[in-house]
Design a protein around this ligand. Structure first.
Ligand SMILES: NC(=O)c1ccc[n+]([C@@H]2O[C@H](COP(=O)([O-])OP(=O)(O)OC[C@H]3O[C@@H](n4cnc5c(N)ncnc54)[C@H](OP(=O)(O)O)[C@@H]3O)[C@@H](O)[C@H]2O)c1
Length: 254
């Protein structure tokens, strides 16, 4: 039955970057669907508090301190998750940052940091968890990309390049690992109300211009990603791999 296939009861996953914004919304949705979770932040105290909130929806929640720019943190994340749960059914790579600077002024340091976190960090998490999933001969990886993987944006060249890379990486890993029964997909959010987009929302002209261009007439909220997150983590999406699914209120349709 289809609703049973969408249940995450008995499944275990990791949400990297679950302390706030989209990652927290995704983690709450997964917990509501019955999953046990490892959730991460660079600040242990913050994620311990968020873990308590997620736990109130049921299931076990393991808070972990992870900076995806540090490979050793990623290895510890996998070891601790395996130590507690003994398997990893799905992984969400949500950690991300954005630097808003005109391309001609973009520093090499900012470029390296952005690509390190958004693209290399995503790859290293996929690789570390992928090795476990290869042994398990099953798993689902969901990377958080962006509409900026498909179109450009103003003054965010490193971000756009990194998200284009995330969607391409998603296709590449999907074809490498299909033989191990591992599905690799991405979610491409449009404009969502989080800390990442606060500077845009604080600029009244920019805010209303963006709002007016969204066919559904509003910015997304973190809970708007819960449905697609549960679907992609669940058995109901077993014949989908290598895709970026855009959740953008229709932005890319017009
Ligand atoms: N908001 C949007 O409109 C939008 C649109 C398209 C795509 N996205 C993507 O969605 C994802 C989440 O964005 P958001 O809007 O929710 O942003 P946010 O509120 O700023 O949250 C970012 C998350 O990433 C984590 N993070 C940042 N740098 C990290 C690092 N080096 N190592 C580990 N974790 C790190 C943060 O954790 P700590 O700071 O607690 O460590 C936090 O949990 C990002 O990949 C972003 O590019 C967002």
């Amino acid at each position: 039955m289809i609703l049973e296939k969408m249940s995450l009861k008995g499944k275990t996953g990791i949400v990297v970057g679950a302390s706030r914004g989209l990652g927290k919304g995704i983690a709450i949705g997964l917990a509501q669907a019955g999953a046990d979770l490892a959730v991460t932040s660079r600040e242990l105290k913050i994620i311990e508090k968020v873990a308590e909130e997620i736990k109130s929806w049921g299931g076990e929640v393991l808070p972990l301190q992870v900076d995806v720019a540090r490979k050793e943190d990623i290895d510890v994340m996998v070891d601790k998750t395996m130590g507690k749960f003994g398997k990893i059914d799905f992984l969400f790579n949500n950690a991300g940052r954005i630097t808003r600077v005109p391309s001609e002024d973009f520093s090499e340091e900012d470029w390296d940091e952005e690509l390190n976190v958004n693209l290399k960090g995503t790859f290293l998490c996929c690789q570390a968890v992928g090795r476990v999933m290869i042994k398990q001969k099953r798993g689902k990886i969901i990377n958080i990309s962006s509409i900026a993987s498909f179109i450009g944006g103003k003054n965010i060249s490193a971000y756009v390049a990194s998200k284009g890379g995330v969607s391409q990486l998603t296709k590449s890993l999907a074809s490498d690992w299909a033989k191990y029964n591992i599905r690799v997909n991405a979610i491409g959010p449009g404009y969502f109300e989080t800390d990442l987009t606060e500077p845009l929302r604080k600029d009244p002209k920019r805010f209303s211009a963006i709002n007016a261009r969204i066919p559904l007439g509003r910015w997304g909220k973190p809970e708007d990603l819960a449905g697609i997150a549960v679907f992609l983590a669940s058995d109901a999406s077993d014949y989908i791999t290598g895709q970026t699914i855009f959740v953008d209120g229709g932005w890319l349709a017009v």
